[in-house]
Design a protein around this ligand. Sequence first.
Ligand SMILES: Nc1nc2c(ncn2[C@@H]2O[C@H](COP(=O)(O)OP(=O)(O)OP(=O)(O)O)[C@@H](O)[C@H]2O)c(=O)[nH]1
Ligand SMILES: [Mg+2]
Length: 328
Amino acid sequence: MSLNNSELAVLLDKARRGDLRATGKLLTIMEDPYRLPPEFFDMVASQAGRAHVIGVTGIPGAGKSTLISRLIPELRRRGARVAVIAIDPTSPISGGALLGDRLRMQDHAMDPGVFIRSVSTRGLKGGLSLAALSMIELFDALGYEKILVETVGVGQAEVDIMSAAHTILVVTMPGVGDDVQALKAGVMEIGDIYVLNKSDLPDAQKAYEYLSFALDKGELGSYDSGWTPKLFKVSAVMGQGMAELADAIDEHASYIRSIGLARLKVASRRLTLIRLMSERMLTVAVEEEFKRVKAELEAKALKAKGILAEASEVARRACKNLDNLPPT
Ligand SMILES: Nc1nc2c(ncn2[C@@H]2O[C@H](COP(=O)(O)OP(=O)(O)OP(=O)(O)O)[C@@H](O)[C@H]2O)c(=O)[nH]1
Ligand SMILES: [Mg+2]
């Protein structure tokens, strides 16, 4: 589907008026903004910049999706429209989780103030992070005040996605080991708020004390902004601790607004978008150029001739071809 600028503007207008089908369509378009007219992207971005983006990360199975589904009513009560972007981990550990996510989150299906969207790597040419960042821009433009992004793992895509968040929640659970091995896998320093979920389980108190100790020692959490990271003990399935958690999320939002960090975060997410988009453009240009010269290069390759030299030649021509991009 390739729509022109004015068709897209009509769709955006419909979505802003609450047409959920138009929103769904636009989300699909924004998943890979590669072929979008640049002016349209600017039109979206110019209407964005006010939303509070909340990254929810942590080990597989910690209860991130359940927590989000229980946080939604709390955020709704406070008057916010809520969007959720759930990144499908496609990891063998949490296989089938996506379906579970859908089921748990569908309680909100009847509420027009909540929009939940899963994104999967499958069939996504431009990559997860480009899709997520671009979709954040759209949800923001559509007036969703809270945008929750669930990711699992600590790959480069997750780092890019989390860098776009104003507030990062790191979710963990009891029984993952005293060495907090999972937390050490890259999320030790990124959290503004740590959530020990499943506090209904035995061993919860022990895990809580361990995490409190690590937090007090300054071993846990992000201190870069001057904010003191917080720790909460909750049970998502029992719905316990949600109001306190929502309070802390709002408190963090006010804090980063008061020091001007909220705006800087929006700028930095757009910078990341520019980088990811230019990578996407380069990749396509190289693929196209390579396809064009492949047959011709085969003979050379067999003779072990010019392998690296041809690579730079392909790259150079790809860049030259970029002068004609993006197609509008
Ligand atoms: N006992 C208990 N179980 C919970 C709680 N929250 C979630 N669970 C269970 O933990 C399992 C995983 O929950 P999810 O919400 O899918 O966890 P997740 O972190 O989103 O998982 P992935 O997306 O696969 O990484 C499910 O069986 C939930 O029912 C809780 O507070 N207490
Ligand atoms: Mg999940």
